[in-house]
Design a binder for this molecule. Structure first.
Ligand code: PFF
Length: 452
């Protein structure tokens, strides 16, 4: 199907799978459940739903419009829409810089996940005693060689897909992996919900505890909503430039958002009932997936190994389709600078692997754990920057551009596919959400988060 940038997705379904592949990732399965539990379960969920549907989805639609209207990468798209104000290209640059940082930390965690998949397959995890999982994880993640090996392996898979191209690489892999991912997740949910004592996990996830919903929790909800939908960083501008010209952007954005939200909630349903049923601590934080869950799987007996394989495969596949979108954003930009796609992908991969290795060495008791910036280890700093600070800043600039500097007629023309698609009450939506609510909410939450 025709796209403005020449290259592109072959159908709306392919585009939805690719963009949902970007959105569904470690953020949904690894991060959402523990943040939700930490900040008050159902209370957090309520705030999160508002951020996802009112702010995240608005941003997604805006990025798709910017991308498809221009057919350009984020650095060129902004100046193309405001030719006499080239300074806007720095918003694109800030987004790409954020993508680079996210990809680095993403690779570290994906490397752990791939290692755990391997250790589930070869039986290592099944042979570990309950009390030793913490030590096992720390020894592994802090060691210099093994995590790097898996980081590189994961990056090679990602780079190969990118070199394959938008339609034959990204779209094809996403169309294959996303349905597999949903099936694997449903299998885990059924297992988890049928365990004795599962209801305590459901209560933990859904029962609102407003006393835990602090200002920090609200900022975390916003950061998580943006991170989870992959918006604010320009990745959806990139995918927007690959959208077929007759794709219905509103519909596509709703589908992706619903899919991303549903998978986050299903991940919580797959994880918490099992954790409670096995009498484990649900507040394990980031270690939940690598320390608590393997213990839970072992308690299932013989079939536990199979569930462990399924879970870490699921997490690896989800991480892969997200890493693909991050590397694609960086590759598209470099290859627009007259470098071939293959060379661009390889150059970007080499550059990002250095940062990933630094982050890995600085994790836990790693060999560079003593190196600190602003009192934080490199890994924690990257996590904070990419999880809570940079995405809201980039998102705020993007939505201000979209609402206040882009021509409204252009937006309506693009959203309605030149008047051929009905866009209902978009006018009201536009003035309220795009121009006022989203920028104000982003600004307030950002400032209060930075002050605290
Ligand atoms: N949305 C992905 C997740 O939830 O894991 C992470 C991500 C991918 C964030 C792409 C940002 C991005 F541009």
């Amino acid at each position: 199907m025709a796209t403005k940038s020449g290259e592109g997705f072959s159908s709306s379904f392919g585009a939805i799978m690719a963009a949902a592949g970007s959105a569904v990732g470690l953020g949904n399965i690894w991060r959402f459940p523990y943040i939700c539990g930490k900040y008050g379960g159902g209370a957090f969920l309520l705030v999160y739903i508002c951020f996802v549907f009112f702010i995240g989805m608005t941003l997604m639609m805006s990025e798709f419009v910017i991308g498809r209207r221009t057919g350009e990468d984020p650095m060129k798209a902004y100046p193309k829409l405001r030719p006499h104000k080239p300074g806007w290209r720095f918003v694109g640059l800030a987004g790409l810089f954020t993508c680079f940082l996210i990809l680095a930390i993403y690779l570290v965690i994906s490397g752990w996940t791939l290692n755990y998949f391997w250790e589930s397959l070869n039986g290592t995890l099944a042979g570990i005693a309950d009390g030793d999982f913490g030590v096992h994880f720390n020894d592994f993640a802090s060691s210099p060689f093994r995590p790097v090996l898996f980081i590189v392996l994961f990056l090679v898979f990602t780079t190969v897909v990118i070199i394959g191209g938008v339609e034959k690489g990204i779209e094809r892999v996403s169309k294959l992996l996303m349905p597999i991912l949903v099936v694997l997740l449903l299998v885990l949910c059924v297992r988890s919900l049928t365990l004795d004592g599962a209801s305590a996990g459901i209560a933990y996830l859904f029962q609102p505890d407003f006393s835990k919903l602090t200002g920090e929790g609200i900022l975390a909800a916003l950061g998580q909503a943006l991170f989870s939908l992959s918006v604010g960083m320009g990745v959806m501008i990139v995918y927007g430039s690959y959208l077929p010209v007759d794709d219905n952007i509103l519909k596509t954005s709703v589908w992706i958002t619903v899919c991303d939200f549903a998978i986050a909630v299903l991940s919580g349903i797959a994880i918490f009932p099992a954790v409670f049923a096995c009498g484990q601590d649900p507040t394990g934080g980031p270690g939940l997936v690598y320390q608590v869950l393997p213990m839970v799987f072992n308690s299932f007996g013989g079939v536990g190994r199979l569930f462990s394989i399924v879970f870490f495969l699921l997490l690896s596949l989800a991480a892969l389709t997200s890493a693909i979108s991050l590397l694609e954003a960086l590759t598209q930009w470099l290859s627009n600078e007259k470098i071939s796609r293959t060379k661009s992908a390889v150059l970007m991969s080499v550059a990002v692997v250095f940062l990933a290795v630094v982050a890995s060495f600085s994790f836990g008791d790693g060999i560079w754990s003593g190196v600190k910036i602003g009192g934080m280890q490199m890994f924690d700093l990257l996590d904070k920057l990419t999880g809570t600070i940079l995405p809201p800043i980039c998102a705020l600039l993007t939505i201000i551009f979209f609402g206040w500097f882009m021509k409204k007629d252009d937006i309506i023309d693009e959203l309605s596919n030149h008047g051929t698609v009905k866009i209902g009450y978009f006018d009201v939506f536009y003035y309220f959400l795009v121009r006022l609510v989203a920028p104000a909410a982003l600004l307030i939450v950002l400032i209060s988060g930075l002050i605290n």
